[in-house]
Ligand binder design. Structure first.
Ligand code: RB5
Length: 152
């Protein structure tokens, strides 16, 4: 969907990729809300990941997080109620995380992916819709039910 806001953030390891992805998203017609970081000084990934995840959950929107591996930020983001963060590393995982899991936060590993690969994954992830198939709706609902039990 064009002209939709995407909330983005990174730690130091993901900073350069974030800047590149930001330009790419603008070219694709998206608006970016950049939560930081804004330079390559060492920065602890839980801080930005938590800020981005909270904003995505609050706005019922979509976000993209970038760190070295994409793993730490996904771990943090998935602790926020309403977040389904997916560490995608190829076309298949990008499509699957949207169609099956209705992921709302894409986590990219800047030390693993080349920028062109990250852009390709981003474009596919943003343009793939949740399948809305019954079995996937049921499973995503189960995720929400688990969340209700553990997030007080
Ligand atoms: C930073 O060195 C690195 O640990 C971080 O970017 C990320 O990969 C954590 O999961």
């Amino acid at each position: 969907m064009k002209n939709k806001k995407i909330i983005i953030g990174s730690d130091h390891a993901g900073f350069e990729l974030k800047e590149d992805i930001k330009k790419f998203l603008t070219q694709l017609g998206y608006d970016c809300e950049d939560i930081g970081v804004f330079n390559k000084e060492p920065a602890d990934y839980p801080k930005t990941a938590f800020k981005v995840a909270k904003e995505v959950a609050k706005t019922d929107g979509k976000g993209i997080l970038m760190c070295g591996s994409g793993l730490g930020e996904a771990i943090v983001a998935n602790k926020v109620k309403g977040i389904r963060a997916a560490n995608c590393f190829n076309e298949y995982t990008a499509i699957n995380s949207r169609e099956h899991n209705n992921s709302n936060l894409l986590c990219l590993g800047a030390r693993i992916l080349k920028n062109d690969e990250a852009k390709k994954i981003t474009k596919i992830w943003l343009s793939t819709n949740f399948s809305n198939e019954e079995r996937h709706k049921r499973r995503v609902k189960q995720i929400k039910e688990i969340e209700e039990k553990i997030c007080r």
